[in-house]
Design a binder for this molecule. Structure first.
Ligand SMILES: [Zn+2]
Length: 300
């Protein structure tokens, strides 16, 4: 099939041509550990971000444009979490969560989205510079997990019947997360203009049942190759096609030169006010928890 190992840190696309369905399956391991590494989040926030990164990988691998970007942003009101952002570009993932530590301590073991995000919304943005396409959809953060919210995003914003499953668990100190997204694409192949969608298409419930039968343990098991999992779920179908696998890695785009160029644009007196006790201007990247120390003299 592909040269890439289909066990972990990878997303793969699938189509079921006779059912007018397409899907994406992703599994993330070391990439989640790498994104979480510097943050010191409690387990519940780690799990939330692991699932959000998995959803980001699934949605990001729908981009047609290799240089396109997909951003997932939870905007919340009165929740334990007040901000969560993840993005995807060319297989690179990053993300972070801002939350209230004290309120989290009182949270239930398996909080639903409402408890975590309050009256929150999930904004999903696809940016495809090459085809000059930018699209944003917003849905309420409701349901038991982010998979539910993503499902309503597709149903409400795009009128595409979809099923989304996400799972994440920590095994021996390391995260393993997995997810699946299947959609009914009425006009067959990917990429053709959608003219009309019948939400009651007879083939779709069948695909939804098969895709929905996936177990959390199958999604997260790093020993189970994704092509084997696809076969397990759909082997009775007439035809299964796979798309080239997309390797996933942690990638942050904070760059010292860029940070320097932004700071250099501030008026001199404002820059002076930014200088800390160590004589440097400190700039932190929320995504990767890196801190840049900039010499004020470098900016002149
Ligand atoms: Zn960064």
């Amino acid at each position: 099939m592909s040269e890439i190992e289909l066990r972990t840190d990878v997303a793969i696309g699938v189509t079921l041509p006779s059912r007018d369905a397409r899907g994406r399956i992703a599994r993330l391991g070391p990439v989640v550990d790498a994104v979480l590494a510097n943050h010191g989040y409690p387990p519940l926030i780690e799990k939330l971000l692991a699932e959000a990164l998995t959803l980001t990988a699934l949605l990001g691998s729908l981009l047609k444009d290799r240089q396109g970007q997909m951003t997932l942003q939870a905007q919340t009101q009165g929740g334990i979490v007040d901000l969560m952002v993840c993005d995807f570009r060319a297989g690179e993932l990053r993300g972070y969560v801002r939350y209230d530590r004290e309120r989290l301590a009182d949270a239930s073991m398996k909080p639903a989205l409402k408890e975590l995000f309050g009256d929150g919304y999930l904004a999903i943005t696809f940016d495809q510079p090459k085809v000059d396409e930018r699209y944003q959809g917003i849905v309420p953060l409701e349901g038991k997990d982010l998979g539910d919210a993503a499902q309503s995003y597709f149903a409400q914003s795009e009128q595409i019947p979809s099923i989304v499953r996400l799972a994440a668990e920590k095994r021996d100190g390391h995260w393993s997360a997995g997810g699946l997204l299947f959609q009914h694409l009425p006009e067959g192949e990917e990429g053709r203009d959608r003219i009309h969608t019948r939400l009651d298409h007879p083939d779709w419930p069948h695909v939804a049942v098969l895709a929905g039968s996936v177990k959390a343990a199958e999604l997260t098991d790093p020993e189970l190759p994704l092509d084997d999992l696809i076969w397990r779920l759909f082997h009775e179908e007439d035809e299964i096609r796979t798309l080239p696998a997309v390797p996933l890695s942690k990638g942050c785009r904070c760059d010292p030169d860029y940070v320097r160029s932004v700071i250099a644009k501030f008026p001199a007196e404002e820059r002076e006010a930014m200088v800390g006790d160590d004589g440097l201007i400190r700039v932190d990247c929320a995504f990767c928890s890196s801190s840049f120390g900039i010499e004020p003299a470098e900016l002149n």
